[in-house]
Design a protein around this ligand. Structure first.
Ligand code: PBG
Length: 336
């Protein structure tokens, strides 16, 4: 046997950690937090075991729980007290995300990222005002070819108001998730004009129309009441298009580029890592969380081991930041 090359030499205890290429830190994670203006108690989210919607009063305690694990950043999602056609509660000064942001930034050092989107605030659950409404057409009219679709440019005006109201409330970073054309440029312009030149934008730059968002839509009560999001979110089959889509956000001034979901789209994470120098974020979404929990409840998978391996793979593919519902559990695990 003449084996010069034996990769196993470096897999022994003592050396394997020295040659390890990827490691996870609690500071890699952003924990999603749901603040719900319709409740005065914490409400468990059935499809996302361990996660809850918390009332405004509990926003600070909830964030303190996150910080105790070593995770330093949260992504805030809001469930408003009421919804309407245009989603006006999304940019209200006393809106649920704005109010929670004020409390959290006043009472803690947490880095607060706010989701800038309309789907939790519109009564139809889409990520912007509908064309039929903007054009003054008949509500509910559905054309066979196009269906009811979101009016892109009218949505940009709403997103500008949302971003400024969130930054006014003290948000450290704005994360638009609606996949509207021009959203990053519109938000950058509005933030700059209102004096928030230092507030960065993390764009959901390559967000796919995915079936993995199901549990989140229960959590945030943001499922579309008809149709789906294929007219604005990306087609899962498209890889080259992601580079074009993301290049636009870069031109428009995005500071951080996100891919979403994470595990089924690691090729996209890896493409972006190679193509751009920006920090890359990946969103390990609700369905990715729910499926590991479901399999582990059946005794088919080891929850902690598969979660850890998933997050490690997302980082190995090229993500610098990971949004994940596992943030607290895995941060606790890796620092113990
Ligand atoms: C809303 C939004 C969604 C998620 C984050 N922001 C849902 C969607 O686009 O339908 C999904 C997050 C998750 O599944 O964890 N624009």
């Amino acid at each position: 046997m003449d084996l010069t090359h034996r990769p196993r030499r470096l897999r022994k205890d003592g050396i394997r950690t020295l040659v390890s290429e990827t490691s996870l830190e609690p500071s890699d994670f952003i924990a999603p937090v749901f603040v719900d203006a319709t409740t005065d108690e914490r409400v468990a989210i059935d499809s996302m075991p361990g996660h809850e919607r918390v009332p405004l009063e509990e926003a600070v305690p909830r964030v303190e729980e996150v910080r105790e694990t070593g995770v330093e950043a949260v992504m805030l999602f809001g469930i408003p007290e009421s919804k309407d056609r245009a989603g006006t509660r999304a940019w209200a000064d006393d809106g649920v995300v704005q109010a929670a942001t004020r409390r959290i930034t006043a009472e803690t050092d947490t880095y607060v990222i706010t989701d800038a989107c309309l789907c939790e605030y519109t009564d139809h659950g889409h990520c912007g005002p509908l064309e039929a409404d903007v054009l003054g057409g008949e509500n509910g009219h559905e054309c066979h070819d196009h269906g009811l679709t979101v009016d892109n440019d009218a949505t940009l005006e709403a997103l500008e108001k949302i971003a400024v109201s969130q930054a006014d409330a003290g948000a450290d970073m704005i994360a638009p998730s609606g996949m509207m054309d021009g959203m990053v440029g519109a938000i950058r312009g509005a933030l700059d004009e209102s004096g928030h030149t230092d507030v960065p934008v993390m764009s959901y730059a390559a967000k796919y129309q995915s079936a993995f968002y199901g549990p989140f839509r229960d959590a945030a009560d943001g499922a579309p009441s008809f149709g789906d999001r294929r007219h604005y979110q990306m087609d899962p089959g498209n890889r080259r298009e992601a580079l074009r889509e993301v290049a636009l956000d870069v031109e428009e001034g995005a500071d951080v580029l996100m891919v979403k979901p994470a595990l089924p789209y690691l090729d996209i994470v890896s493409d972006l890592r190679r193509e751009f120098d920006h920090p890359i974020a990946a969103y390990n979404v609700s369905g990715e969380y729910a499926m590991l929990h479901a399999a582990s409840e059946k005794g088919w998978l080891d929850l902690e081991a598969t979660a850890l391996e998933s997050l490690l793979s997302i980082k190995r593919a090229g993500a610098d930041l990971i949004l994940t519902y596992f943030a607290e559990d895995i941060a606790r695990k890796i620092s113990s």
